[in-house]
Design a protein around this ligand. Structure first.
Ligand SMILES: *Cc1c(COP(=O)(O)O)cnc(C)c1O
Length: 360
């Protein structure tokens, strides 16, 4: 068996030890005689798996007791509609900070439900930075302020938590959740799809302050009404059981590696190997402002796009996969989530140097 270094933006690499444990438990979970996939979501075995996953997530992120943790479906794109349905609470407008492709999707969806105010935009810079907080034009009557903490395509990440006064802050953390400690109390709501840093696609996690729920728009589907899901321990409908089980194993893996502070140190060290090389290279470049660079997704371009194909082919032959950039921006992108070992980044940089020596 050969495992490659998988730089996919998502679904993405998972820790090998987690996959091995899941394989070992595939046919018979803890003597139950069943696979987790075959269990009733209301049986005692799965209820224990679900409760443990939630407890571990609460512990890792130090989630305060007045926050609900919901395990839902529909992805982050689903949340782009579900958040306004639940959090407008009779208000008419939402403030957005526009930092790239994922903000843009969130804005487009929210417009179906509310008036959208672009409080700040990085468009003039080609979405290569986070607009400084001092430049944001916030509306004190907005239902909430929405940010994307890590733009997975553009490789722009917040390295600060913006102060939004009394207006709740909502963050799409799909691609940097659990990569570093977060002060959850500074957010009204955090959402993410699981398939970047947590587990299989199909699980969507929502962490929401409990005073913000219970006033969903009447048209909100019951399965997406946070209050109804909170009242039913996220089991108003059948939750994505297997994905929750894998997420629990990943939470264990993070805890065993020292928790989120250790993850952050590990991620900084990994990303530095790649950015330091990009900055000294004459063949490759990254357009993002240094202070706002993503530690999870590192886009880069070759000086001559005619070299892209040869670069990707050579990478593939060395077991370095999924480096092609998003179709909307071209170039390359290396996603180096929690589960990407430092050896993967070292192998990538070694290959990039070799390629530069030949083609630079
Ligand atoms: C991947 C991603 C999404 C899309 O998630 P889906 O699960 O496909 O709905 C949304 N936002 C960000 C920041 C992402 O990285």
């Amino acid at each position: 068996m050969t495992r490659v270094f998988n730089f996919s933006a998502g679904p993405a690499v998972l820790p090998e030890s987690v996959l091995r444990q899941a394989a070992d438990e595939m046919l018979d979970w803890h003597g139950s005689g069943m696979s987790v996939m075959e269990m009733s979501h209301r049986g005692k075995e799965f209820i224990a798996i679900h409760a443990e996953a939630e407890a571990l997530l609460r512990e890792l992120l130090a989630i305060p007791a007045n926050y609900k943790v919901l395990f839902l479906q529909g992805g982050a794109i689903g949340q782009n509609a579900i958040v306004p349905m639940n959090l407008l609470r009779g208000r008419s407008s939402i403030d957005f900070v526009h930092t790239g492709e994922w903000s843009k999707k969130s804005i487009g969806e929210a417009k179906k439900y509310a008036k959208v105010n672009i409080a700040a935009s990085a468009e003039a810079s080609g979405f290569s930075c986070v607009p400084p907080r001092e430049t944001w034009q916030l509306d004190p009557d907005a239902a909430y302020v929405h940010i994307c903490s890590n733009e997975t395509i553009g490789g722009v990440e917040y390295h600060f938590t913006p102060d939004t006064g009394g207006v709740p802050l909502v963050a799409d953390m799909s691609s940097d959740i659990l990569s570093r400690p977060v002060d959850v109390a500074r957010y009204g709501l955090i959402y993410c799809g699981a398939q970047k840093n947590i587990g299989p696609a199909g699980l969507t996690i929502v962490i929401v302050r409990d005073d913000l729920i219970g006033q969903a728009m009447p048209i909100t589907p019951s399965a997406f009404d946070y209050q109804q899901q909170a009242d039913n321990d996220s089991m108003l409908n059948t939750p994505p059981t297997y994905a929750i089980y894998i997420a629990g194993l990943v939470f264990h893996w993070i805890k065993a590696r020292g928790g989120l502070a250790a993850m952050a140190a590990h991620n900084q060290a990994k990303a530095a190997i790649l950015y330091d090389y990009l900055d000294e290279s004459r063949l490759y470049s990254n357009p993002v402002a240094r202070a706002d660079r993503s530690l999870m997704n590192v886009p880069f371009k070759l000086k001559d796009p005619a070299l892209d194909e040869a670069f990707l082919k050579g990478a593939q032959s060395r077991g370095l996969l999924q480096l092609k950039g998003h179709r909307s921006v071209g170039g390359m992108r290396a996603s180096i989530y929690n589960a990407m070992p430092v050896e993967g980044v070292q192998a990538l940089v070694a290959y990039m140097k070799e390629f530069e020596a030949k083609h630079g």
